[in-house]
Design a binder for this molecule. Structure first.
Ligand code: 5AD
Ligand code: SF4
Length: 439
């Protein structure tokens, strides 16, 4: 396979979670700082970074088919770098199997991407999947991203070892980025036009640090500090783990206006036996009690969650317990997945794998319930007047699209601009969005 020349243009393709989106933006900023420019939509790029996700099925197959699709008509390929969680988990094998891949770089080492790309241009392929805690962030250039909404990774990694999940292996141990670094990065994002910042972490509510006066704080302290930034209007965070939830964070929801009334708190399953087999270390009851405390602190809080159906050994009766949790909570939105055995995780070698057809059927029933509740939540919002943060233009001339405080998509017509916070009356509800009228 021929050596690629030093790239002038690049494209970063991110798959999977919001943290990958964030990492993809930082990689683009890194490459930009090296003088490369982002290839225009549809144009051939000299360098393509596949920023991959390993959380569920067919992740690796997808990477190989993406690599195949990058092959040009003349048989050459752009310089391909595989980043993200598949790179971390299967880097060596990708290098061996795909000669057009010149760089493999894991999620904790992508600050080294430019030098690795330079090496590739002089004929040297390289793999970097070390996990040096925090080295990456210190080595990244200042944020250049602009736009009304931004992600900010505050915490990475996971020490929980849920038995189905690859994250502890691909992202490493839990680390919290320092408070001062985060406030500084937030200020850059705000200067670039961010009105809303979503704090990201695999266990975001496990974030801890010391504030600018050296006092120990949790995520609530960070949220309070960011709320003091006058041009920032909204703060969100995702994803939380029930066991890391603190009284202080719950209380902040009742006190910090800029902290949006929305909580993504995965339960995964509705049976205590399955939760135990998943090593979730919470019960259905402790989860429901937690939600109740959020509702007391912030009565209008919208709830979101993640679910897995067909975990090994899950019986029909146990699945029905998941449906009961859904009924009890009334989620405003949720994500649900069929269990997918991940190589190297404890659940992959458990007995009694649930047949695919049973998983399909359970997922359909679960999603029908979740969709019903999402639509019900939207319908119950009709008549409310709320602020909408305008994110982009709609499909129709004069139409705008934005988000309600409860993370619903809202479209409306009238005088607005991207980044504006406008008051809108919600007038009609669909399953996935609402239409509104400027007030
Ligand atoms: N199979 C199916 N879903 C999974 N998730 C994580 N690992 C798996 C797996 N092996 C889901 C969980 C998690 C979300 C990000 O992805 O619901 O909360
Ligand atoms: Fe995975 Fe569980 Fe950690 Fe979430 S808490 S990242 S599901 S191991």
């Amino acid at each position: 396979m021929a050596t690629n020349p030093a790239p002038k243009t690049f494209r970063v393709k991110s798959f999977g979670c919001q943290m990958n989106v964030y990492d993809g933006e930082r990689m683009a900023e890194l490459l930009g700082a090296e003088g490369m420019t982002a290839a225009a939509e549809g144009d051939d790029a000299d360098l393509v970074v596949l920023n991959t996700c390993h959380i569920r099925e067919k992740a690796t197959e997808k990477v190989y088919s993406d690599i195949g699709r990058l092959r040009r008509d003349d048989g050459t390929s752009p310089l391909i770098a595989v980043a993200g969680c598949v790179a971390q988990a299967e880097g060596e094998e990708i290098m061996a199997r795909a000669p057009s891949v010149k760089v493999v770089v894991g999620p904790q080492s992508y600050h080294r991407l430019p030098e690795m790309v330079a090496d590739a241009a002089s004929g040297k392929r390289s793999t970097e999947t070390d996990m040096p805690a925090e080295a990456k962030f210190a080595a990244l250039p200042k944020r250049r991203k602009s736009g009304p909404t931004a992600f900010l990774t505050v915490q990475e990694g996971c020490d929980k070892f849920c038995t189905y999940c690859v994250v502890p292996y691909t992202r490493g141990a839990e680390i919290s980025r320092p408070f001062v670094d985060l406030v500084e990065e937030a200020k850059h994002l705000i200067a670039g036009g961010a009105r809303e910042i979503t704090l990201l972490g695999q266990n975001v509510n496990a974030w801890t640090g010391e504030d600018d006066r050296g006092r120990p704080v949790g995520l609530e302290g960070l949220a309070r500090a960011l709320a003091a930034e006058p041009d920032l209007a909204r703060i969100r965070y995702t994803t939380s783990h029930p066991n890391d939830m603190t009284d202080a964070l719950i209380a902040a929801h009742g006190e910090v206006d800029k902290l949006m009334p929305f909580l993504h708190l995965p339960v995964q399953a509705g049976s205590d036996r399955i939760l135990k087999a998943m090593n979730r270390s919470h019960t259905v009851d402790s989860y429901l009690q937690l939600l109740e405390r959020f509702r007391v602190a912030r009565p209008d809080i919208a709830l979101s969650g993640d679910f897995i159906v067909g975990f090994p050994g899950e019986t029909e009766a146990e699945f029905e317990e998941t449906l009961k949790v859904v009924d009890a909570v009334g989620y405003a939105q949720a994500f649900s997945f069929k269990y997918s055995p991940r190589p190297g995780t404890p659940a992959a070698t458990m007995a009694d794998h649930v047949p695919a057809s049973v998983m399909d059927e359970r997922l359909q029933r679960l999603q029908a319930a979740l969709n019903r509740d999402q639509w019900a939540f939207n319908k119950a919002s009709v008549g409310k007047i709320c602020e909408v943060l305008v994110e982009r233009k709609g499909k129709h001339p004069g139409q705008w699209l934005g988000k309600s405080p409860w993370l619903q998509s809202v479209h409306f017509f009238g005088d607005a601009h991207i980044g504006a916070l406008v008051r809108v009356e919600l007038v009609e509800a669909g399953p996935n969005s609402l239409s509104g009228r400027l007030v």
